[in-house]
Design a protein. Sequence first.
Length: 108
Amino acid sequence: MLLTTTNIVEGMKITAYHGIVSGETIIGANVIRDFFASVRDFIGGRSGAYEEVLREAKDTALREMEANAAHLGANAVIGIDLDYETVGSNGSMLMVTCSGTAVTLSPI
């Protein structure tokens, strides 16, 4: 299945619209990861642990959205928008949501 942030796909035409689909995930960070991230904040640099959690949350949300589109009979999701938020007490959880339009694409 094709997933794209664009509204059109070169060389393809939209033959059916199936509706809006979305995927959501909320993932918590653990105490050890928080500790090492705070050390990184203090000394500078990237937090590989948080980057991995962010990638995992994004991939999970996209897979859920893709499954919803497949359930509707689509072969692509266009116009995808990804949003990231922190939720919970002290922003201890990361929420990733994505949405797009499920469509059927065919070659022109």
